[in-house]
Design a protein around this ligand. Structure first.
Ligand code: SF4
Length: 210
């Protein structure tokens, strides 16, 4: 388990604020989940990124239960075309809720995507973006963050999806050259994008997702 001191969390929060984002810390996923639900009005539509963190929090069920319109492309039984259509709706939602693959001490968010619906919705489309990041997502700098994408995030996602990539077998990236390659788009959010009204990062003192 990654050890992050409260001082380090504070430093990340200060960096995120300097980068024009709102930032908060909660020690547990349950508290962070409550904060997420408090920030999203009941009438708002919500796009959900492909994120294990968000699903682990149980927020998705809570949003649905209280009547929010939720756009979730991981919903079971969707065809490829339906998933694509949900991805486009995410880009027009009032809120976009997701995690990040890495978060640097100087407040940069680094992500790798295959389809691109998650990384694009974090940058343009929804007026408000909420990112929930567990302690395991915090990295020293850009270089460690880009390394985390290939050493942890992408291989674990390939393994979960049972992708036909070498990393799905042994969690080791070989910079594959295969049609099933997940690593197709890498983004670095350095500051709140101009098109996003409110960009909030909620840090959690527990390990969440990968
Ligand atoms: S480049 Fe290929 S092998 Fe490396 S992490 Fe991405 S999908 Fe896996």
């Amino acid at each position: 388990m990654k050890s992050i001191s409260s001082n380090m969390f504070q430093k990340v929060i200060e960096s995120l604020k300097r980068n024009e984002m709102e930032a908060f810390y909660f020690s547990t996923a349950a508290e962070a989940g409550e904060e997420v639900l408090k920030r999203i009005p009941q009438k708002a539509s919500v796009g959900i990124g492909g994120s294990i963190t968000i699903r682990e929090m149980g927020v998705l069920e809570a949003l649905r239960k209280r009547g929010n319109e939720v756009y979730d492309h991981w919903k079971e039984g969707l065809s490829k075309e339906e998933r694509q259509a949900v991805g486009k709706k995410q880009q027009r939602a009032d809120f976009f809720l997701t995690s990040t693959n890495a978060l640097t001490m100087d407040g940069k968010l680094i992500n790798v995507d295959a389809t691109g619906n998650r990384v694009t919705s974090m940058i343009f489309g929804p007026e408000k973006v909420i990112v929930v990041a567990g302690a395991n997502k915090i990295v020293k700098n850009l270089s460690e963050g880009l390394g985390r994408l290939k050493k942890v995030a992408a291989p674990k996602n390939c393994q979960r999806r049972k992708d036909p990539t070498p990393c799905a077998e042994d969690l080791i990236c070989r910079d594959c050259d295969l049609p099933g390659r997940l690593c197709r788009v890498t983004t670095i959010i350095e500051r709140k994008p101009w098109g996003i009204q409110e960009f909030t990062v909620i840090l959690v003192g527990e390990e969440m997702g990968y």
